[in-house]
Structure formats: structure tokens, C-alpha cells
Design a protein around this ligand. Structure first.
Ligand code: SUG
Length: 455
């Protein structure tokens, strides 16, 4: 056994976004095929939240550290007021619905549940100053997502309050040049979570110059944003790689890189059509990884002949979570839809029969989220923490058996099981949401993170 056995441990803690009471299908995300397809249909917020909690429980049960991020206050009345809708809350909702139902829907989205987009996070082992760095994503590509940034920043500061260990940067300027979608476009490769690693930043376009962007759908993340985050997080350029997403993949519905590649510790799994100049990207990653002096990077390539791009997008195979279990092996947490896809099934069977660290698969049923283009990996933000850093974080957001039970009961008490686009302007929905979130901040020990709690 290596000398690392004596060294303090580090954990990858998965912070899942709890689905909010306004979870709905408004078809808001252009380039996200599932979101557009589901637009206008009724949702079931209660089922969605329970599915998310069941996934968190699954991860906790197999020995992965699991934590909870709260939903945001929606409808975002303050945003509607900023857009010129005035009067009391009921009046604001009524006027917005009348003038522009799409705007109202954007201000009602529960999209903060896709915590992979909440922020970029670099562990202390990678940062020059030995602290954990957080940059909330500005999500400027879509209004409903851009509204998330202030609450995300407040929540992260509440959970990681200790300034000696945690650094919170402001979100990048809210301009197209710095379009930033957080950790969904980021993969960290390392011999073990405790050790320094190589950070891969994937962007869809270079705003100033660069190769051709996608033709059909927007590329939400820019190279300029990736570079700014790498600078802010004080990463070592020798251990940082930037790669452009293949524009054809974006045009096929791959709006974030985590829909087409994933990694954990020393394993990178990617679709052959994920990156521009994929051989160069993989070569550079392998070389930089090897320079860590702790073995070779394991790369697993999936060709289009094995899993066509359309099937990768349809099944969300690459939006699986890849996690390290307490015995050191890895497990793939795949969306339940992969069970129904022949090519995804064949690939998973090949993967399990090969000599790689991946030894098991679990299927997570997050159907309600999937209908909006959010699979298991979208729902969580990974935060790698050394043992002493974990001790400094807010422990009350960690999922224990009793917190799981309390949250399940809380959802049962407060959530509707049917929500149609017409319900979004209902003042009662706003009031139910505030009552629920007020109680939630007490359950999670978070303090007043919402605007309605501070006014
Ligand atoms: O930003 N869907 C989200 C899905 C985010 C998935 N995240 C990752 N791949 N990491 C998005 O497109 C749909 C909302 C609606 O249509 O109602 C939405 O925002």
C-alpha cells in the first residue's frame, strides 16, 4: 500500500439541487431538445423532488458523501419588478402573465435544481493558495438560469463560510463574452481526490476569434470564461487543459459537455464526437496527467458506431455520475433511460466486462428532471474537500438518514403533484413556496438566504 494510507482523507461531496415547488415545463432552453419537447406540458413537482431525494439517498447508501442545496425562491417577484411589473405580489404576477407569459415562466423556473451549473469549484489541492475556490456561474445564455446567480452565491457562502479555507469569487461579468455554465463543462482528473489533478475546461465557442461556433444552437460557454475561472482559482497552467466542444455535437443537442463526456479520478469516458480535435485533447490530458507522476490516465472512448450521438443525447448515458466507492472501485450512476436504450446497454455491459476501475452500475430514475434535459449528473455539484475542510463546512446540509426522512416529509407536506403553465401566476403557489422554503432553511440550518426572508 502507498504512503498515502497515512495521509488525511479527502472526499468528493455531491451537492444535489433539491427540486423546487415550481418545477415545470416551459420549453425555455433553446438547444436543449428535451426542454423544448416538454414545453407546455404539466409537471409533477412532488414526484420530481422525491425522485431527486431518492437519487441522493442512493448515493449516500452506497457510501458517497451527499449533501443538499436548496431550491431558489420562485416566482422571482424581485426580477419581475425589475422588469417593470408593479403592484402587490398578486398584481405583479397577473400583469406579467398578461403581458408576457414566457417572461413569467422564466421567473418561475426551478432550474436551480441542476446544480452542475451552479458554480465552478476547484479543490485546494489544485489552487496555488491551498484553498477551495468557488465561482458562481453567471448563466447568461438563458434568462431563467441567469436569475439563479445571487441565491447560488448566498447559499455557497452560507455552506462554506470559513474564509481561511474557502474563497468565493463574484460571478464573471454578465456579458456574452463571459458566458459561464459552471461545473457542467468541467472535469477534474486526478490519481485520487486528495491529490493535485488536471482540470479540463470545455467551451462551446471562443468569443474573440477562434474556430467556428455551432451553426444551429447556441454555445453557452466561452473559452474566455474558462480562462478567467482558471485564473481566479489560481490553477497551475501546467495542469489545466482547455478544449472546444465539437460544434456538431452542440447542434445535435449537447448543450453542456456533461451530456457527452465524464470523468472521475483517473478515468475519462468520452464520446468520439465530444471535442474538436479530440486526439490532441486526449493526448494533452494524458501527457499532463502522466506528469503528475502517479500513473496513466484511463481513457474510454465511445465511437458513434457503438452509441450514435442521437442515442447519447436521448439516453443521457454520458450524464451518468461516476463515483468512487469506499472500497476504491467506481460506480456508474446512469439515468434509468439507459435501460431502454440498446446501444447504451451494450456499452455499459462492455464497460463492466473490461479491466477498468468501473465495477458497478446503478440506475437513477429522475424522469421529471430528464424531461427538462437534466440527468443524474446535472443535478449535482461536486465539491472535493479534504477532511479538515469538510469539518469546516456546514454539516447540517449533509444527507443523513434522518434528514432524508425529514425532507421527504417536507416535500409531501408542501409540494403539489400537478402544475400546469397556467398555475404559475397563482399567488397561492408563491405563498406555498415561501412557507416551504422558510421551513427548509431551518431544516438545513442555512439561515436567511432568500430575499423574502430579508425584507
Ligand atoms: O439549462 N433545463 C436546463 C437543464 C440543465 C442541465 N444541466 C447540465 N447538463 N448540467 C438547461 O437547459 C429547462 C427549463 C424549462 O424548459 O422549463 C432547463 O432550464
Amino acid at each position: 500500500m502507498s504512503s498515502s494510507a497515512q495521509v488525511a482523507k479527502a472526499y468528493e461531496v455531491n451537492f444535489d439541487g433539491l427540486v423546487g415547488p415550481t418545477h415545470n415545463y416551459s420549453g425555455l432552453s433553446y438547444g436543449n431538445l428535451a426542454s423544448r419537447r416538454s414545453g407546455g406540458s404539466a409537471s409533477n413537482p412532488k414526484a420530481a423532488a422525491l425522485e431527486g431525494l431518492a437519487k441522493m439517498k442512493l448515493l449516500a447508501d452506497i457510501g458517497v458523501k451527499q449533501a443538499v442545496l436548496p431550491p431558489h425562491e420562485r416566482p422571482d417577484i424581485a426580477a419581475l419588478r425589475r422588469l417593470g411589473f408593479s403592484g402587490g405580489d398578486a398584481e405583479v404576477l397577473r400583469r406579467a402573465k398578461q403581458a408576457d407569459p414566457v417572461l413569467l415562466a422564466a421567473c418561475c423556473s426551478a432550474s436551480a435544481m441542476w446544480a452542475a451549473n451552479a458554480a465552478s469549484v476547484s479543490p485546494s489541492a489544485d489552487a496555488e493558495d491551498g484553498r477551495v475556490h468557488f465561482t458562481p456561474a453567471n448563466l447568461v445564455g438563458e434568462l431563467h438560469r441567469a436569475l439563479e446567480t445571487p441565491t447560488t452565491a448566498a447559499v455557497l457562502k452560507a455552506v462554506f463560510a470559513d474564509v481561511d479555507h474557502f474563497v468565493h469569487h463574484a460571478a464573471l461579468p454578465a456579458a456574452a463574452l463571459f458566458g459561464d455554465e459552471g461545473a457542467a463543462n468541467y472535469i477534474r482528473l486526478c490519481p485520487s481526490h486528495r491529490e493535485p489533478g488536471v482540470e479540463l475546461f470545455v467551451y462551446g465557442r471562443r468569443a474573440l476569434g477562434g474556430a467556428a461556433p455551432p451553426a444551429r444552437f447556441p454555445a453557452r460557454q466561452t473559452r474566455e470564461a474558462c480562462e478567467a475561472v482558471a485564473r481566479l482559482h489560481r490553477l497551475d497552467p501546467a495542469r489545466t487543459v482547455f478544449a472546444q466542444q465539437n460544434p456538431a455535437a452542440v447542434d445535435a443537442g449537447v448543450f453542456h459537455n456533461d451530456v457527452i463526456s465524464l470523468g472521475n479520478e483517473n478515468v475519462l469516458l468520452y464520446h468520439a464526437e465530444a471535442f474538436c480535435d479530440a486526439d490532441r485533447v486526449i493526448g494533452e490530458l494524458s501527457q499532463r496527467y502522466a506528469a503528475l507522476g502517479r500513473g496513466e490516465l484511463v481513457t474510454i472512448k465511445v465511437d458513434a458506431a457503438e452509441v450514435p450521438l442521437s442515442e447519447a443525447v436521448g439516453s443521457y448515458l454520458f450524464n451518468s455520475q461516476l463515483v468512487t466507492l469506499p472500497d476504491g472501485s467506481m460506480s456508474l450512476i446512469a439515468p434509468a433511460q439507459c435501460r431502454e436504450s440498446d446501444s447504451a446497454q451494450r456499452f455499459i455491459q462492455r464497460l463492466l466486462s473490461q479491466d477498468t476501475p468501473i465495477r458497478s452500475v446503478h440506475y437513477a430514475d429522475v424522469r421529471q428532471s430528464m424531461r427538462n434535459g437534466g440527468g443524474p449528473a446535472c443535478l449535482r455539484l461536486r465539491v472535493v474537500l479534504q477532511e479538515h475542510e469538510l469539518a469546516k463546512a456546514l454539516r447540517s446540509v449533509l444527507l443523513t438518514e434522518s434528514l432524508y426522512i425529514s425532507l421527504t416529509q417536507w416535500v409531501e407536506r408542501h409540494y403539489r403533484d400537478h402544475l400546469s403553465p397556467d398555475d404559475l401566476a397563482d399567488l397561492k403557489l408563491l405563498e406555498e413556496g415561501r412557507a416551504a422554503l422558510d421551513e427548509l432553511t431551518r431544516l438545513l440550518g442555512l439561515g436567511p438566504v432568500y430575499p423574502f426572508q430579508r425584507s
